[in-house]
Design a protein around this ligand. Structure first.
Ligand code: FES
Length: 569
């Protein structure tokens, strides 16, 4: 016997409740047939003019609807909180869990049988997946897709990555402010997400590698007509998934998370993928830990895209995209179910690489052993991470004196001082940027190189913080130090002049200060006063987990798949 549809509890009732659920929906012109028991498909849309990266999602939603109708389903689009990475203060990450709550409660409260998640900008994909995972209906993703390549003075320029470079060039007196302003118009030329391998394109690529979307979702440009066709086919497929009862938890398995970690190394993906994967895993009960990130440590960098390489997402798509990468990873991928109901290897069937300078072969990589490294030691007892593919090799093994910025205001006020006592060997330390500290764990870990060093030609140095960095950023940057300073982690105790040792090869981050001295500093330490005492930010600070646990809210971990049976009338 086939499983009764969830939506029947709304639209299948022949009583007052059914009348109310159907009648009000009919004010949109839906005929009786829409309520004849066919699968009701929710299209969860993060479109917003304040999230420019997701501005194409309204169009894609229409594509999904075509496919749903064609397959005999009933599509209903609904909005959820949208998170514009470049527009929100203090940081969109503060609101990722709010989006997840919104998505979870909307899916649970409405009479839908399956969900299509339309997201793209950095936090929208993980926030939607976290929420959907906690309800566990058949679920599939369509991503915004990247913008076309940026153009400036005859050259390609990449979102984010070139912003940091231009900004440093202006500070060094090598670029005029006029050119700087002109570059911003050429950088963002179409709808879509950042066209570097930033967090958005990392997450859409990982979604594909996890089998949560149809093949090619990861890289196709936002404005490529084939993405609209992909949306259409996704609409058809979600109806079939409902018929097959292919729940999200049947795709979000430990094997699919391991494939995401492998793929993240191969594409040179964002460090932010770590907190997002840990948080999503927590929702479905997959016991993924920070140490599991090392599964990808020996995987070489295959995709030559900024910030780890030189090309952009448009080039990656035309070179073969994620299917061509999965073909290279063949011997390493775990067997894992997908939204197709087939093993992930099906995504690589027939895949070809059309440009070996963009997607390298496994045995001729851009860089060997490029996966993220987990660091531990007395400075990060619960771990920290570094991205070797975006770092300076020589700095990955380094010991030097710390220069400490107590918080972001201290950094901004002092980093460009002419008398800042730093050398290229100095390790910059930034506190107060973790989940509780900022709050929200912003992307400030790739702190600017002090002006006195920029003027000497220094472009990279070791930086250590409890914050994150943009997926489009680069440098020898140690991130996500846990526990964070505001939670009383040892980072809070570092003083200017202390020596710190980083060894990426040994996975070590050590503060070279005697234990008795650290104990004395701890006795005198007090956390900063909370910056928010009400509203969502207060809820967040009171309940957020540390970065090594995914920075989810403690009471949102896990799922509740029960049907809500009480009515409002
Ligand atoms: Fe939205 Fe980069 S800022 S994807």
């Amino acid at each position: 016997m086939t499983k009764p549809r969830r939506s029947a509890n709304w639209y299948g009732k022949l009583d007052k409740d059914g009348f109310i659920h159907r009648s009000w929906m009919k004010n949109q012109g839906f005929p009786d047939q829409a309520f004849d028991g066919r699968p009701v498909i929710g299209i969860c849309n993060t479109w917003s003019e304040l999230t420019p990266c997701n501005s194409g999602l309204r169009t894609l939603a229409e594509g999904v609807k075509r496919g749903v109708w064609e397959a005999g389903g009933f599509p209903v689009e609904f909005p959820v909180t949208s998170l514009g990475e470049t527009q929100m203060k203090p940081t969109a990450m503060l609101f990722r869990n709010l989006l997840a709550m919104d998505v979870e409660e909307c899916i649970r409260a409405y009479g839908i049988d399956g969900v299509v998640l339309l997201g793209g900008c950095d936090k929208t994909t993980p926030g939607q997946l976290m929420g959907a995972a906690s309800v566990d209906l058949p679920t599939i993703v369509v991503s915004s897709g990247p913008m076309l390549n940026g153009k400036f003075r005859g050259h390609d320029i990449g979102s984010g990555t070139d912003v940091w470079k231009f900004s440093e060039a202006v500070r060094a007196g090598e670029m005029t402010l006029q050119d700087f302003m002109a570059a911003e118009s050429g950088m963002s030329r179409s709808a879509g997400v950042c066209m570097t391998m930033g967090t958005a394109s990392t997450m859409s690529s990982l979604v594909e590698a996890m089998g949560l979307s149809l093949p090619t979702n990861g890289a196709l440009p936002a404005v490529d007509a084939r993405r609209m066709a992909l949306a259409h086919l996704t609409g058809k497929r979600i109806v079939e998934m409902v018929e097959e009862d292919l729940l999200l938890s049947k795709v979000l398995t430990r094997a699919s998370f391991e494939n995401a970690i492998l793929a993240n190394a191969a594409v040179g993906g964002s460090t932010n993928a770590v907190v997002h994967l840990l948080a999503i895993a927590g929702r479905v009960g997959v016991n993924l830990t920070l140490d599991d990130i090392e599964i990808g440590a020996e995987i070489p960098l295959l995709v030559n895209c900024m910030p780890s390489g030189k090309y952009l997402m448009e080039d990656f798509a035309y070179a073969g995209g994620v299917p061509a990468v999965l073909a290279e990873l063949k011997g390493h991928l775990r067997k894992a179910n997908t939204v197709l109901g087939r093993d992930i290897s099906a995504y690589a069937e027939g895949a070809e690489c059309f440009n070996r300078d963009v997607i390298h072969a496994f045995d001729a990589p851009v860089k060997p052993a490029a996966g993220l490294r987990v660091l531990r030691g007395n400075l990060a007892p619960d771990g920290a991470i570094v991205k070797p593919s975006a770092a300076t090799d020589a700095l990955l093994e380094h010991e030097g004196p710390a220069h400490v910025f107590e918080n972001i205001e201290d950094l901004k006020a002092n980093v460009d001082r002419d008398d800042l006592p730093v050398t290229p060997d100095t390790i910059l330390v930034l506190k107060g940027c973790g989940p509780k500290g900022y709050p929200g764990m912003p992307e400030v870990g790739n702190m600017p190189i002090p002006k006195v060093l920029v003027q000497q030609g220094v472009r990279d140095m070791v930086r250590v913080s409890d914050g994150r960095m943009s997926g489009t950023a680069y440098g020898t940057v140690v991130l996500h130090v846990s526990p964070e300073a505001q939670a009383g982690g040892p980072l809070a105790l570092v003083k200017t002049g202390d020596r710190i040792r980083l060894s990426a090869s040994r996975g070590e981050l050590t503060l070279l200060v005697p234990d008795d001295e650290l104990a004395a500093r701890r006795a005198a330490w007090r956390p900063d006063a909370p910056r928010y005492d009400r509203g969502y930010a207060r809820l967040y600070v009171d309940h957020v987990l540390q970065a090594d646990k995914g920075a989810d809210l403690d009471f949102l971990v896990g799922k509740d798949t029960r049907l809500v049976t009480r009515e409002s009338h």
